[in-house]
Design a protein around this ligand. Structure first.
Ligand code: SF4
Length: 571
């Protein structure tokens, strides 16, 4: 192995606090892979939580691997070990399992890159007895694992805390009994709820590509895969296992305060798939804060609905009382009352992220955002009163039923916020900066908008330009946006079925060139991305029981287009 690569590992390890080193022996060895850079992976609380969970299990050992820097690829390929784990620098091929943590669909091509660099056959069907089992988990594959079906031996669908202990127990037994690969997968598919072995299911399609049937190859395999959920999140902490300055949030200690969200915004997977909403108790959070403050001065509060936590203010005050500070990702606008704004000022927050999502009330009703213009202005007044004068505002374009008038409403709303700031008695200073972050709406599985098409890339580009033009000349306002081209790819990987795997394979072969892959492979990506699906169609992810009734999704889908005025959605 190159000394340069080894030194890089040792330098990263030297900066970490919390890394676990277990002895190789009679334990199941798992290399936890993050299909992106070390800096990004180490900022992902889910990845860190799984690392801690596996290492807590007495019959298992977990090490990590990340996507290597492109400048190091040649050195990896020249090394006999090729790709190796961070902790012990062992080749990935030496592990019993390589487990990918998958949060973002656009990372899928990196999965193939990691497997290839590690010398592990890409297709699950081509792996031999000696090859590691390749396992996938995380929110992206919990929503829809099918585009990756050909490359994975097994998916674990749902929350790691609920699933992993059962799976690791079974893996420890399999190891002791020297169970063969196929027999192990067979047992897991039959016995562990939430496990999904794609090759044990046959999917048939009609000529145009719609799915006609999905059958288990053995009647003992479940027809539907149940997403596993941890009923009591107070039974375990979900907090940063390893702190390091080398991560994106290196200066803070991350801890999860809640899971799920009861608001039910129609575009949001977390609002449907992560149900039910669960808040960690003050007692368990206080214990986590105590551990965190020994390592970092700032506690980063994470969760799908942090600002809905019923004890958020006393919890933050308690961190301040202990001499720490607090960071919160984004706030619901309707939670920004005066006491909350006062608290934010005391925590030293200078920039706050808010998500109106849409400019017009009509469109906010369509997406069930549950926020009125009066509430937006009231939040602005409260923030200005407490001198919070930098905002990041999240808006979406390409939402169902959106027109140019809705897009103009974003411009009008932002100008009105600015105007209000300049003229309000509380906000003598006005806003120093308003940064608009424009994201394209991407339909997500298991949400009421799962049947919607992605908006055309040209329309989205035009609408982004319209917003930029409308706000030109507003000195305090800047606009950032993602690239519509990558949104198309993300939609394809989010909404696709097994045939999309052929495109992924081609993209890997063509070193990331999607245009060439689209030309070479006889799969029409627009079929998945730009087509409005019928509500009685079998969707690629329908075999997963996400815990949401289809009748609810259909009813919400239809209501969204009915122009119905929103009922109360506050907790
Ligand atoms: S409030 Fe946020 S987390 Fe909750 S459903 Fe709406 S978008 Fe999702």
């Amino acid at each position: 192995m190159s000394w340069k690569l080894k030194k890089k590992c040792l330098d990263l390890l030297a900066r970490e606090d919390g890394c676990v080193r277990k002895i190789w022996g009679e334990v199941a060895t798992i290399c936890l892979a993050y299909p992106n850079a070390y800096r990004t992976g180490m900022s992902n609380l889910g990845f860190q939580a799984v690392y801690a969970l596996i290492n807590r299990h007495p019959g298992s050992l977990c090490e990590r691997v990340f996507l290597p820097d492109s400048s190091d690829e040649a050195a990896h390929l020249a090394s006999p070990a090729r790709l190796f784990s961070l902790e012990s620098q062992r080749p990935l091929a030496d592990f019993d399992m390589v487990a990918f943590s998958l949060s973002f669909e656009n990372d899928y091509p990196n999965v193939l890159k990691i497997l290839d660099m590690a010398g592990i056959p890409l297709a699950a069907a081509e792996r031999a007895e000696r090859d590691p089992l390749v396992i996938g988990g995380g929110i992206a594959v919990t929503l829809n694992p099918e585009p990756l079906a050909d490359f994975f031996d097994l998916f674990l669908i749902g929350e790691g805390e609920a699933l992993l202990p059962d799976f690791l127990d079974a893996a420890a037994v399999a190891l002791r009994c020297k169970l063969k690969r196929k027999a192990f997968l067979d047992r897991i598919q039959k016995e562990i709820h939430g496990a999904y072995v794609p090759r044990f299911y046959r999917v048939t399609t009609e000529q145009e590509g719609r799915i006609t049937a999905r059958e288990p190859l053995d009647s003992a395999y479940p027809r539907r895969i149940i997403r596993r959920t941890a009923p009591d999140i107070n039974a375990f902490p979900t907090e940063q296992a390893i702190t390091t300055e080398g991560s994106e949030f290196g200066g803070m200690f991350l801890t999860e305060v809640s899971r799920g969200c009861r608001r039910g915004c129609r575009f949001c997977a977390a609002g449907f798939v992560c149900r039910p909403v669960r808040f960690r108790s003050a007692v368990t959070l206080e214990a986590s804060f105590r551990r965190g403050l020994k390592k970092r001065k700032t506690i980063g509060l994470l969760g799908t609905a942090v600002s809905d936590h019923p004890e958020l203010i006393p919890l933050c005050r308690s961190i301040l009382k202990r001499g720490g500070s607090v960071a919160v990702g984004s706030f619901r606008l309707d939670r920004l009352n005066r006491p909350m704004a006062a608290l934010l000022k005391d925590t030293g927050v200078e920039t706050l992220s808010l998500a109106p999502e849409a400019g017009s009330q009509r469109l906010r009703n369509v997406i069930r955002k549950g926020i009125t213009e009066a509430e937006i202005f009231s939040a602005v007044d409260n923030l200005l009163e407490y001198d919070i004068v930098r905002l990041r505002l999240y808006f979406m374009v390409g939402l169902p039923t959106e027109t140019d008038e809705d897009v103009d409403a974003i411009v009008r709303l932002v100008k009105a916020m600015e105007h209000r700031a300049r003229h309000s008695s509380a906000g003598k200073k006005g806003f120093r900066s308003l940064t608009l972050s424009i994201n394209q709406f991407i339909p997500k599985p298991a949400t009421p908008f799962q049947w919607c098409p992605l908006e055309d890339t040209a329309v989205v580009k035009r609408r982004i330009r319209r917003i930029k033009d409308g706000l030109r000349g507003e000195k305090a306002v800047s606009v950032t946006h993602d690239l519509p081209k990558w949104n198309y790819i993300q939609a394809l990987l989010t909404l696709g079925d097994r045939r999309v795997g052929k495109l992924l394979l081609a993209v890997h072969r063509f070193e990331g060139n999607w245009a060439q892959a689209f030309r070479e492979v006889n799969v029409n990506p627009d079929f998945y991305v730009y087509r409005r699906k019928e509500t009685d169609e079998i969707l690629p992810w329908d075999f997963i029981d996400h815990g949401v009734e289809k009748t609810l999704l259909v009813s919400e889908y239809r209501k969204s287009f009915s122009g119905e005025i929103l009922e109360e959605t506050r907790p």
